[in-house]
Design a protein around this ligand. Sequence first.
Ligand code: HEM
Length: 417
Amino acid sequence: MAASFDPFNASYQQHPGISMSEARREEPVFYSPVLDYWIVTQYDDIKEIFKDTDTFSASITLDQITPSTEETVAVLVQHGFNPGLALVNEDGPSHQERRKAHQEPFKGREVEALLPRIREVVTGHIDKFVKNGRADLMADLFQEAPITVALIFMGIPDEDIAACRQFTLDQTVFMYGRPAPEEQKQVASNLGRYWEFTGQLVEKIRRNPDAPGWLPHVIRESQRKPGLFGDNELQTTALAGLVAAHETTTNASGNAMRALLENRETWDRVCADPALLPKAIEESLRYDGSVAAWRRLAVKETTVGGVTIPAGGRVMMITSSANHDGSVFENPEKFDIDRPHPNRHMTFGFGAHACMGATLARQEMRVFIEELTNRLPHMSLVEGQEITYLPNTSFRGPKNLLVEWDPRLNPVLADRP
Ligand code: HEM
């Protein structure tokens, strides 16, 4: 099993959590020679790893799974691409101190203040296709709205949003995917151009540090506590922040809509009673999370689930497998919005690095799906479509999600053709 494990194969790509059920039972911790990673699949072991920050470093979190070719490296060098630590791959007291300094814009009331803008973004996109009777929810909505919301959240000036969007689409393929050399070069070129752009962005925001958003907040903190964030950290926040905020939420929304529409009765219940949405979102994050695996580095020899992991061993925690662990979630393969405590899932990580954007992500998903339940409750998945996933160890969402409906039956009269 260990020798044949390949996170790019069809069964892992189709449903990583379910595909690991035999491993969870028979060989819950194993070494994968293909990846050169120690694979961990059970809930309790994964939770212990997240908790034990002395033994497990987050430093490899953003490393590329598929190393750069020489040509790609040359492209990056050409752009002076040189990101430093990005919170998510930082350890120890400096991580805690910087995390605290980042916190303010992530708090509930700050995120709530963004609700009207999130709704405006999503309704604008739905307006474009609501009369058509057919849409690709990924291309027409979820690859569009979350990136705009992420850029607003970050405090990117309105006039720069279009340029940032172009540079930052599909970044995760670079770190967690298996891009062909040409694709890798193309993504690297976008990353490099965005990196250069972040330098100008930081300068621009510095001139208007009272503006709302995450980056202006961090710039103010850097002025308040000199030495806490240098220019490199500010640029790195602009770069890594978008990776953190955009594709994760795009994919989570796609996964949630797939699960809901495949479970028609549940979708109809949610359409009739929007108060069920938070439970439905939480269960979709458990059932088919948009982050399927996360990484750590063992800094000293240790044992996990009785298996010795050497110092320097790289560990891949299959969090989607933890989310399907029957010892924690009864009947885990069922999409059940009534289950108690679906929020015990590991999709947002756990402990010292647990996702800071979870409140924002949940709010966004709530608005996206609520608008769809209001305006297109009668939509269904196009039958016979093959739903495929981008080859990626960690970030997971459908490439396309085709839906159809009779626009003459749209419940909002203004939405009828
Ligand atoms: C459904 C959407 C999302 C998922 C599944 C997700 C998942 C994750 C995961 C797995 C981690 C690492 C946790 C760990 O190492 O223990 C993380 C960290 C982080 N996320 Fe999210 N994320 C999402 C949305 C967002 C959004 C919208 C933002 C907003 C900017 C965000 C910001 C962050 C930040 C700043 C960290 C680093 C925290 C730290 O290292 O201390 N995330 N996220």
